[in-house]
Design a binder for this molecule. Structure first.
Ligand code: HEM
Length: 151
């Protein structure tokens, strides 16, 4: 159970990153080229937010079953920097990032003009991407290191 969720959560990072990057690309292209906001743009906006929510659910599931966090207590946190990262910083930053993405997606949908939709989507998605990139435990991260792919 734990390994299945961990592997899915690890893989899903790439799906979420691809979705956000595609969203930023389409929004920037639409903004710079003054293009209409097409049904494809809307699908990318909506699908990216949905994929991020799937990752959020996998993340909370992992939080509940992870042996790393099973015996983690905040008062001993300084002795367990990896557990502190996954139990506090990773969870908090990723939850904030997905909230930012969700707000951006909802606001973009409600804008009156196509250019405003693109501008809103580009800005909020870029902010979410920045937070996610900081909070991912890349092999080169200063906070915690995990593999790029887990098979
Ligand atoms: C876009 C959102 C997120 C991304 C991209 C992401 C990415 C990752 C990655 C790449 C790992 C390392 C996996 C591995 O060891 O192979 C990880 C671990 C973990 N994530 Fe996330 N995560 C996200 C959101 C969340 C959320 C919202 C939570 C909890 C509420 C969460 C909880 C965890 C936990 C507990 C671990 C460590 C599990 C362990 O080593 O036992 N993640 N995450």
């Amino acid at each position: 159970m734990y390994l299945t969720i961990l592997t899915l959560h690890s893989f899903f990072r790439w799906v979420v990153l691809l979705g956000i990057l595609t969203g930023i690309f389409r929004a920037s292209r639409g903004l710079l080229g003054r293009l209409p906001f097409t049904p494809l743009d809307n699908t990318i906006r909506h699908t990216t937010a949905t994929l991020a929510h799937v990752q959020l659910i996998l993340g909370y599931g992992l939080y509940l079953v992870s042996p790393l966090l099973a015996s983690f207590h905040l008062r001993d946190a300084e002795h367990e920097p990896t557990a502190l990262f996954f139990g506090v910083q990773h969870v908090a930053l990723m939850t904030i990032a997905i909230t930012v993405l969700t707000i951006g997606s909802a606001l973009a949908k409600r804008q009156a003009t196509d250019q405003a939709k693109f501008r809103t989507m580009a800005g909020w998605f870029a902010l979410a991407l920045l937070i996610i990139l900081v909070a991912i435990p890349w092999p080169f991260s200063p906070f915690a290191q995990r593999p790029l792919i887990r098979l």
